[in-house]
Design a protein around this ligand. Structure first.
Ligand code: Z16
Length: 829
């Protein structure tokens, strides 16, 4: 840095220094001020929720302060920026995460103590921000945390749904869906920007106009909706950088008022206008089936159009031409959900900024990259041509233009291979013509990323085989990761302190590879004892939670065996439940002497089923019916319990993961693109019982198979069995267990019949039969290891020690260097 440059930085630093004070007395004053003036409650009579609100608002002030400094700094430096587009962000709670990342947790604890409040109780007042379904959505939240912590000049864009993912309510063992009114009590973590808004157009027609000697397309919309920005500051850890997650809400547009109000029907005109808000009203709860719904397409375009307008506006603020656009902007698409952004960028550049097609095309090809999260072709998004044509007529033209050039290129390269052409075309022909959003994305993006090594292999050899042959250089993978800030520092403070003590530094919170240092101490008896103690405390917390949620008392001496994730046939919660029935049946048939050797288990299952996914809902009911039978059997006592935790979400995960001994990740090999839950358990020292699939394959590489319980067919074996159409011969234990279900041992035999049929008469697509014996063996191995607590503890320590690769810091570092070409831009303290 030159002397002059330095001088400026120092003045800049002085300017922004010390605006808000963080000593406990200042914090108390700020909290109470907010209680009195923001929440408008008397400071002498406040309940926990109001105290939470007061505290949250004081934290918000500090976030805003740093947010301003960061944005000003980025503006001054004008680095290449990353724009991360995702329709889903599963942020969870913000209070604890914010004060930890801001580095003011101790001060707040002191301040609250002096005011007579407990931080833990206040933190519990906050509801989750659940603007997403599952892995894909939590991934974007983890990645935002890493982007901020690693000082990258990044922005997130998403939709501000009024209703997040549904609340799961269990009645008589059946799942019911309730709306998630997450905004009802106000949201201190967002900043409404009434002046940052854009008009988003829909429907209408495209006209050809002659302007300045050129032919132009002019889109005359049939409907216009306003997108209003809500900014959510994302603080980094150990840095002043606080980046922005901008979420769009739909509001009626003022632009065409004269027309609609001209008719004199004032009341109906108002009611009509209000309908605009439905666009951002509700998150679609299906996590991988896209049914070509108009509202969903409207959501996608609404979000994309507002974001692209915002990005171009920001660029034009400091640049007079688009020559440098690709040097200043990288756009990342989280799956194909935001892929209309590609078409929108081309449309704006050509139709509104009057660049040539070639210029616009080159820009688009340079700035976009895309990550895919799925393995199965059915998971790929398709949009009916007619639907897109009526909602976005100009975009359909552009898609056809792209497809025309692309198919010409294909013909040049491969000749008239019509099979190949029809497989690769962006347009899928058939009774209903569809647009294949993945094909569109691959054609334009310079980089297509899978989420694990195994996933990339599947993309190359199956899902995108043709494209891989054409453009091998485009295909890469960035193995998923999770943020150790939320998944250890926030959610497992006991383990966090223990790790810091034994490593002699807390630097692992930013440099996670330092966790490897734990290996040196694995034989140390003192560490082992402290490790067990911390885990025991977490288990007791979980025991209390289970009692509060379900009324069940379970023993912390038992092995806590956990499977929490969305309910899906491929994730095989059914295999888990059938295994539990088998265990139950075995115990029932044991002599007293044998029972003494049984390792007591508490089996915990949690997860939501998509509202229309019948099989998944049956799995939830089966879990409850089996649980009822086992848990009330006096003959079984503490030897076996089965608990279903209702309404699984991010904050439930934060509580359950640190208290589990064993976790299950047992997808049929080849079906889980990555799987990030396993990483959260791993870093918390919970052992994994897993199939060799997605990220577990890479976990094996890091910690060794001997520290896990691996079972099931391998990916290539699954492929072979399916190709050969081998008649599945079911193992006797499984037939016996299914017999019990069919015979009504757990009631509801009619309702459960399709579950049994899927294995016994529908070809057992997910290979429960094949994997059942090895699954039981892995379970037996886990029992055996658990008996020897010292061995178990060592395996647990080695799990944490070897988890460094699975930090989202590593993922983001790889993306920054290999895909986005962005550099850190660290705001001075
Ligand atoms: C989702 O969460 C995922 C894939 C997908 O096609 C749609 C949704 Cl909503 C998940 C994958 O199933 C999981 O394996 C992966 O770890 C996660 O995305 C993040 O990449």
């Amino acid at each position: 840095v030159s002397g002059e440059e330095k001088g400026r930085t120092v003045r800049f630093f002085e300017m922004m220094d010390g605006f808000l004070k963080n000593d406990p007395v200042s914090l108390q004053k700020d909290i109470l001020d907010h209680v009195e003036f923001t929440v408008a409650r008397s400071r002498f009579n406040i309940d926990d929720f109001e105290a939470y609100q007061g505290m949250a608002h004081s934290v918000r002030d500090r976030l805003i302060e740093r947010w301003h400094d960061t944005q000003q700094f980025f503006k001054k430096k004008d680095p290449k920026r990353l724009y991360y587009l995702s329709l889903e962000f599963l942020m969870g709670r913000s209070l604890s995460n914010s004060i930890i990342n801001l580095g003011v947790k101790d001060q707040y604890m002191d301040a609250l103590n002096q005011l007579g409040f407990s931080f833990e109780i206040l933190a519990e007042q906050e509801g989750d921000a659940a603007l997403g379904n599952g892995g894909l959505a939590r991934l974007s939240a983890c990645q935002m945390d890493s982007l901020a912590t690693m000082d990258f000049p990044a922005w997130g864009y998403g939709l501000r749904y009024q209703y997040g993912l549904f609340r799961q309510v269990i009645l008589d063992g059946f799942q019911h869906e309730q709306p998630d009114y997450w905004l009802n009590f106000g949201n201190p973590w967002e900043i409404e920007r009434v002046h940052v808004s854009y008009a988003v157009k829909f429907y209408g027609t495209v006209e050809e106009k002659h302007l300045n000697g050129k032919n132009c397309k002019v889109w005359i919309p049939g409907e216009t909706v306003e997108a209003v920005a809500y900014d959510n500051p994302i603080p980094g850890y150990g840095t002043r950088n606080t980046i922005n997650l901008r979420l769009w809400a739909a509001k009626p547009s003022g632009q065409y008022d004269m027309e609609s109000f001209g008719t004199g029907d004032y009341i109906n005109a108002i009611i009509d206008r209000q309908k605009a808000e439905t666009i951002s009203s509700v998150l679609y709860p299906d996590d991988r089936s896209y049914q070509g719904k108009e509202l969903r397409l409207k959501q996608q375009y609404f979000f994309v159009s507002a974001s692209v307008q915002d990005i171009i506006r920001r660029f034009k603020d400091s640049h007079s031409s688009f020559d440098k656009f690709h040097e200043k902007v990288a756009l990342q698409l989280n799956d194909t959900h935001p892929s209309l952004a590609i078409v929108e960028v081309i449309r704006v550049l050509v139709d509104e900024e009057h660049l040539s097609w070639k210029e616009a095309w080159d820009i688009a090809c340079n700035i976009f990259s895309y990550t895919t999260h799925t393995v199965v072709p059915e998971g790929l998004e398709k949009i009916p041509v007619d639907l897109l044509g009526s909602l976005l007529p100009r975009h359909l033209q552009i898609i056809y233009d792209i497809n025309f050039s692309f198919t010409e290129e294909l013909k040049q390269r491969f000749g008239l291979d019509y099979d190949r052409l029809s497989r690769m075309s962006i347009i899928e022909e058939g009774a209903v013509k569809n647009i294949r959003m993945a094909n569109l994305s691959i054609v334009v993006c310079h980089n297509v990323n899978g989420v694990s090594r195994a996933h990339l292999d599947t993309l190359k050899s199956k899902v995108f085989k043709d494209f891989y042959e054409l453009w091998p250089q485009k295909f890469h993978h960035k193995t998923n990761g999770i943020t150790q800030r939320r998944w250890v520092v926030v959610s497992n403070p006991g383990l966090c302190d223990l790790i810091t003590k034994w490593l002699g530094t807390d630097a692992w919170i930013r440099e996670v590879d330092l966790l490897l240092g734990l290996r040196e101490h694995v034989e140390n008896k003192e560490l082992q004892l402290e490790w067990r103690t911390v885990r025991r405390v977490n288990k007791i917390r979980l025991v209390e939670f289970i009692e509060a949620m379900t009324g069940m008392k379970v023993s912390p001496d038992a092995m806590f065996d956990v499977q929490i994730k969305r309910i899906h046939e491929y994730k095989r919660q059914l295999l888990n439940i059938l295994g539990i029935i088998h265990r139950y049946d075995c115990i029932k048939n044991m002599k007293d002497s044998e029972r003494k050797r049984v390792v007591p288990r508490v089996c915990i299952i949690g997860g939501k089923a998509a509202p229309g996914y019948e099989m998944a809902k049956k799995i939830i009911k089966l879990c409850h019916s089996v649980g009822e039978k086992i848990n009330s059997d006096p003959d079984i006592g503490d030897l076996l319990k089965l608990i279903f935790i209702p309404d699984y979400n991010v904050s439930v995960a934060e509580l359950v993961i640190p208290g589990s001994d064993l976790s299950q990740h047992i997808s049929t090999a080849g079906h889980e693109a990555s799987g990030t839950g396993s990483m959260k358990f791993l870093i918390n020292g919970c052992l994994l019982l897993a199939t060799a699939d997605g990220s577990t394959l890479e976990i094996i590489d890091e910690i060794g198979e001997e520290n896990m319980f691996i079972c099931g067919a391998k990916i290539h074996e699954v492929a072979m069995m399916r190709e050969n159409g081998e008649a599945p011969k079911l193992p006797l234990e499984l037939v016996h267990v299914l017999r019990m279900v069919r015979d009504g041992y757990f009631g509801h035999e009619e309702y459960f019949k399709p579950l049994c049929d899927s294995i016994e008469s529908a070809g057992d697509f997910y290979l429960l039969g094949h994997d059942f014996p090895s699954y039981l063996e892995a379970q037996a191995a886990a029992d055996k290891a658990f008996v020897d607590q010292e061995t178990w503890t060592k395996m647990s320590i080695l799990s944490t020690a070897g988890s460094g690769k699975f930090s989202s810091d590593r993922t983001i570092g790889d993306y920054a260097a290999e895909t986005w070409g962005i550099e850190p831009c660290r705001c001075p303290f």
